[in-house]
Design a binder for this molecule. Sequence first.
Ligand code: ADP
Ligand code: MG
Length: 213
Amino acid sequence: MTLGRAWARDWVGRSARVIAEQRTRLISLDREIGDGDHGENMERGFQAVVVKLADLDPDAAPAEVLKLVATTLISTVGGASGPLYGTAYLKASGAIAGLEELDGTALVALLGAARDGVVLRGKAEVGDKTMIDAWTPAVEAAGQAQAEGRSEAQILDAAAAAAESGSASTDPLVARKGRASYLGERAVGHRDPGSVSTALILRAAADAATGGT
Ligand code: ADP
Ligand code: MG
């Protein structure tokens, strides 16, 4: 089963819902090692996306859905995460341009382009205690699942699971990028909020592929 425009819209809708549900958690994580606005930033952005998505042509291809997410996040989300996620969705959109249906190869390209967009913008590497610690394992796990001939839903599930453990792996790290890098050793023992939002968004992509709740 390939994934098309219904999946893309569902992914965005589920992302908005889970970000709203987890707003307080994202705020408290960012309060520990940042300025406490990550939950608000992300919720504001995704609520704006949901409003705009309702006006998007119902026949719009998945790439157009992701482009709308990109432009909306860039214009509505303050802080580091707006341009970072905006670039991720913009590059992801470019990677699937013209496709009506996404197979495993397209999904791996989408995730890889999103990750590359974040790196292009923020120059973080794995181990810097940023959302890249969730994105990069997710891209690698998706690539591996695709190479093993797994289904699209399994590829996204592998990506989400890798993002979740990648996010947890930020706990013991000292941050080398973003606001948390000002804290030095005091960031140790706290999870990076952007890695948590990335894991939530990738889990939403997997859930949208299975139609689960
Ligand atoms: P701000 O730090 O401006 O308040 P947010 O709180 O919305 O912005 O987002 C913080 C998150 O952004 C961090 O938890 C981290 O995951 C991510 N981040 C910050 N700088 C970078 C970077 N250079 N590369 C990748 N991700 C980054
Ligand atoms: Mg912040």
